[in-house]
Design a protein around this ligand. Structure first.
Ligand code: ZN
Length: 444
C-alpha cells in the first residue's frame, strides 16, 4: 500500500483518544502524506484539496491492532483469503493484523512470508504482519528459519494452533527469537492433558457427556514457558489466556521481572462454557470457554495490567466444518468484526475506562510486536478509526465481510461501530452512507 500521494484529510469535531497518554480530548486531526501532522493546533480550515471528515459526536481512535488473526491463505482460501480478511478488518476499524503461520504451506520460510506480504499489498485493506512458525511444518521438531523469515518481514514466531510440546525446542525458540527482538507467541496447552478434549472440563462437559480439557492443561504450560523465559531472557507472549490459574502465573512472573506479556480474546471475556448450550459448535474453540470464575479473573487481569492486549484469534471456518457433531467440529470463531463493539462494551460495564480499553486493542499489542500503528500522535502513521460509540446495531453473521460466519455472537445487540478507517492516510473503509441501514443512533 502507498503511504504517500493521497489528499490531506482533516477530521474535525471529534473526541480524540490517545492510548499512550490515556487521554481523551476534543480536537481536530490533520493527516498528510500518510502521517498525522497536527492534532488540535495547526489544523487548517477547509480548503482546496483537503478532504474533511466531520467527527462531531464521534470518537477518533488509532486503528485497532489485532495481534492474533488466522487469514487462512495460502491453502485454505475457502475459509478466508488475505484480501477478504484484510478488508473485513478495515470495515470494522482494525487497521493492522498479525497473521498466524498455520497455513498450507506453513509460514516457515521467507518465501511464504513474502507471498503473504505481497498479497496484502495488493489487497489494500488492513496492514498485514506475518508471524512465522516456531518449528518447520509446525511439527515441533526442528526450529524454522527465523533469520530468513525475519529479513522477509515476520514480527513474531508461533506454532499457534498447536503447543510447542518439547521444552528444549521452546528454549531454543526463545533464545533465537531474542536475537531478533521478536516475541515467541505461546499456544499454551499441555498436549497430553488436553488430548481428546472438546470443551472445558467441568459441570457442563459432564452434563453434556463431552470430553473435557482441564484449565490446568493451560496453566502448566504457562508455568513451564515462564520458567523458560526466565532462563533465556527471551520475550514470551501468552496467546488467548483462558484460565484464572494462568492469569495468576503471569501476574507473579511479571512481578518477578520475567519478560512475559499476555492477550485475551473477546469470547473468553464475554462467554463461559454454558455457551456450548445444546452442543453449539460456534462455542467450540481452543482454548475452550471456561467458567465464570475464569472469566472474572481474565477481566481482573485486564484491569490490573497483567493482560496487556485484547486479540480476537479470528479463526474462520466453512459452515461444513461447523455444521457437524460437536466432537468433529473445527475449533474457533471469527472475531475481527465484533472486536470494537465488544471492547466498547467493557467500558459501558465499567471493566475498563475508555482510553485503557482503546490501549488494549491499539498501543499495547503494537508495542508487543513493535508495529508502527496503534497510536494517535503527531508523527505517527495515519492509521485512524472514526467510531460512532452510540450506534446500535445487531450483529448479523450473514452481513460479515469475512468469508466465514462462525460466531457465537450472532444476534447480539451491539453498540459502537467504525464509520471510517484510514490506513496510512488512505481511506480504506467509508461506511458513513451504509450506516442508516444497519443501525440507529441512541439519542441522548
Ligand atoms: Zn489462534
Amino acid at each position: 500500500m502507498s503511504d504517500t500521494g493521497s489528499r490531506p484529510i482533516r477530521i474535525v469535531g471529534g473526541t480524540v483518544v490517545d492510548p499512550r497518554k490515556l487521554k481523551e480530548t476534543q480536537a481536530d486531526v490533520l493527516v498528510e502524506n500518510g502521517t498525522v501532522t497536527a492534532i488540535g493546533d495547526g489544523v487548517p480550515d477547509a480548503g482546496d484539496g483537503i478532504e474533511t471528515i466531520d467527527a462531531t459526536g464521534l470518537l477518533v481512535l488509532p486503528g485497532a491492532v489485532d495481534m492474533h488473526v488466522h487469514l487462512r491463505e495460502p491453502g485454505f482460501e475457502y475459509k478466508e483469503t488475505i484480501e477478504s480478511g484484510a478488508k473485513a478488518a478495515v470495515s470494522a476499524g482494525v487497521t493492522s493484523v498479525a497473521c498466524m503461520a498455520n497455513t498450507r504451506p506453513v509460514n516457515d520460510t521467507p518465501a511464504v512470508t513474502r507471498f503473504i506480504l505481497e498479497r496484502a499489498r495488493v489487497a489494500e485493506g488492513a496492514r498485514v504482519y506475518p508471524i512465522g512458525a516456531v518449528s518447520i511444518g509446525l511439527e515441533g521438531k526442528i526450529l524454522a528459519e527465523f533469520a530468513g523469515m525475519h529479513d522477509a518481514g515476520i514480527v513474531a514466531v508461533s506454532d499457534d494452533g498447536r503447543p510447542v510440546a518439547d521444552a528444549e525446542l521452546m528454549r531454543r525458540a526463545l533464545e533465537c527469537a531474542k536475537l531478533f527482538d521478536i516475541p515467541v507467541i505461546d499456544h499454551a496447552e499441555d498436549p497430553a492433558l488436553a488430548a481428546g478434549g472438546v470443551m472445558h472440563e467441568g459441570a457442563v462437559s459432564l452434563r453434556l457427556g463431552l470430553r473435557g480439557i482441564p484449565a490446568e492443561a493451560e496453566e502448566v504450560m504457562v508455568a513451564r514457558d515462564i520458567a523458560l523465559a526466565q532462563l533465556t531472557g527471551g520475550r514470551l507472549h501468552i496467546a488467548h489466556v483462558s484460565a484464572a490459574g494462568s492469569v495468576r502465573r503471569v501476574r507473579a512472573a511479571r512481578a518477578a521481572g520475567v519478560q512475559v506479556t499476555a492477550e485475551v480474546t473477546p469470547h473468553h471475556l464475554w462467554l463461559t462454557d454454558e455457551a456450548v448450550g445444546h452442543y453449539d459448535t460456534n462455542a467450540k474453540m481452543a482454548p475452550p470457554l471456561r467458567t465464570e470464575l475464569d472469566r472474572d479473573a481474565l477481566r481482573e487481569g485486564l484491569r490490573d495490567g497483567t493482560i496487556d492486549a485484547i486479540a480476537t484469534d479470528h479463526a474462520p471456518h466453512h459452515r461444513d466444518e461447523k455444521d457437524v457433531e460437536f466432537d468433529c467440529a473445527q475449533h474457533g470463531v471469527v472475531g475481527l468484526e465484533s472486536l470494537l463493539p465488544l471492547t466498547m462494551r467493557l467500558v459501558r460495564e465499567g471493566v475498563l475506562d475508555l482510553p485503557t480499553a482503546v490501549a488494549k486493542i491499539t498501543s499495547e499489542p503494537a508495542g508487543i510486536l513493535r508495529l508502527p500503528g496503534g497510536r494517535l500522535e503527531v508523527g505517527a502513521v495515519a492509521d485512524v478509526a472514526v467510531v460512532d460509540p452510540e450506534l446500535e446495531w445487531t450483529f448479523d453473521p450473514m452481513s460479515l465481510k469475512s468469508k466465514s460466519r462462525n460466531t457465537p455472537f450472532g444476534t447480539w445487540p451491539m453498540r459502537g461501530r467504525a464509520l471510517v478507517s484510514l490506513v496510512g492516510g488512505r481511506v480504506a473503509h467509508d461506511g458513513r452512507q451504509a450506516v442508516s441501514s444497519v443501525g440507529q443512533r441512541r439519542s441522548a
